[in-house]
Write a protein that binds this ligand. Structure first.
Ligand SMILES: Cc1cc2nc3c(=O)[nH]c(=O)nc-3n(C[C@H](O)[C@H](O)[C@H](O)COP(=O)(O)OP(=O)(O)OC[C@H]3O[C@@H](n4cnc5c(N)ncnc54)[C@H](O)[C@@H]3O)c2cc1C
Length: 352
């Protein structure tokens, strides 16, 4: 049996553990943070392909939605829902351009008028003249999903920090952790923002942008937001218990800010925007979560073979959307299958 070591227990490492166990590997996860990861535990969890950076990125994200559905076919009780997204981050001609572009890619897009929007979202205060509805989109809690996938994989989990990769005769043979060495037939880095530090001693650069993200959750409210709502200045979704989840920055997936600003100010501003969206609701702060998003230098995922045999890399932003499909495709490649054309644009070597 091939002994596979996956470093990182966020959604990426968890999805890989699940897929590789299914293919017969003996999988061990090593992670500094508990099952559920770091960025994964602070994510908005919007599963979408309406945000994309080019055609290859769109197709991977679109396949990502299908991969989430396949996971639901395999495992009961996953925290994934398909409520669709009502989107008017852009208005006027820019909104129509988005609709045309996405429809040309084969994405399902419905154009909604003001009365149709008011009908779907009666609690919405300011109703826009038009919006797009993306029925294929949904949401998940990546940390809960990661824990479910790890449990289903049967992988052993070791809570330790990897200090370096071990190498013999030009091949990666395991890792050195703060608890001691661990040997493996192959090592996969699903280490998010921790990846560049592990690659650097091999002479490999993985540029990572500085992109802090802050998520806010509110008190439980009556059902007021049956869709993922993306307005020009706020994205928000409501979970089954009634809590609103809202990133502190609008358009958070393309957010370029390198710093967050003062937490109380940012949180208060987010609450004000939520109260303006849903007037008359008693919207109160419940909790916050902050993490650095693992955004590689060009904003695109990194998935494939590392600089030495025996080493693989899977690091990505929008990992809530992408981890299941990247894990499926990469697991096939790792276990000897052909290289997937869907991953061709996202290989680690592009930064060298
Ligand atoms: C505020 C916010 C909002 C987001 N919204 C969305 C969204 O709406 N849709 C979407 O698709 N994506 C979204 N994302 C992005 C998505 O959440 C991340 O891309 C995804 O969670 C990354 O998962 P991961 O497992 O790769 O990394 P992480 O969850 O960060 O996990 C990395 C793991 O590696 C471990 N690790 C790192 N270094 C070491 C080491 N040396 N030794 C041992 N362990 C190590 C850590 O302990 C951790 O367990 C958002 C992210 C944030 C922060």
């Amino acid at each position: 049996m091939t002994r596979t070591l996956i470093i990182g227990a966020g959604i990426t490492g968890a999805a890989l553990a699940f897929q590789l166990s299914r293919r017969g590997d003996d999988v061990t996860l090593v992670s500094t943070h508990a099952e559920g990861g770091l960025a994964s535990a602070a994510s908005f969890g919007w599963l979408n392909a309406s945000f994309f950076l080019g055609q290859a990125h769109f197709h991977l994200r679109h396949q990502g939605l299908a991969a989430h559905r396949r996971l639901q076919d395999l495992l009961a009780g996953l925290p994934t829902t398909w409520q669709g997204c009502l989107w008017y981050e852009a208005t006027g001609e820019a909104q129509e351009e988005t609709a045309t572009d996405l429809a040309a890619f084969g994405y399902r897009v419905t154009r909604l008028t003001r009365p149709q929007i008011a009908d779907r979202l009666p609690a919405l205060g300011p109703v826009p003249d038009s919006a797009l509805f993306f029925p294929e989109e949904g949401a998940s809690d990546p940390a809960i999903l990661a824990r479910a996938l790890i449990q289903a994989s049967g992988a052993e989990v070791i809570r330790a920090t990897v200090q370096s990769l071990s190498e013999k005769n030009g091949r990666v043979t395991g890792v050195l952790t703060d608890l001691g060495p661990i040997k493996a037939d192959r090592v996969i880095l699903a280490t998010g923002t921790g990846t560049p530090a592990l690659l650097e001693p091999l002479g490999t650069t993985l540029p990572m942008l500085q992109r802090p993200g802050l998520m806010l959750a509110t008190n439980a409210l009556p059902p007021i937001c049956p869709v993922i709502l993306a307005t020009p200045d706020q994205e928000v979704r409501q979970d089954a218990q009634g809590h609103l989840h809202a990133p502190a920055s609008a358009g958070h997936q393309s957010d370029h800010a390198e710093a967050l600003g003062s937490f109380p100010v940012v949180i208060n501003a987010t609450l004000q925007r939520l109260r303006a969206l849903f007037p008359g609701q008693d919207i109160q702060f419940a909790r916050q979560a902050m993490a650095l998003r693992p955004v590689p230098g060009d904003g695109l995922p990194v998935a494939g073979q590392g600089p030495l045999p025996g080493l693989w890399i899977a690091v990505m932003h929008s990992g809530a959307t992408l981890a299941p499909i990247v894990a499926e495709l990469l697991a096939d490649e790792i276990t000897g299958g052909p290289e997937s054309p869907l991953l061709a644009a996202f290989r680690p070597g592009r930064f060298q």
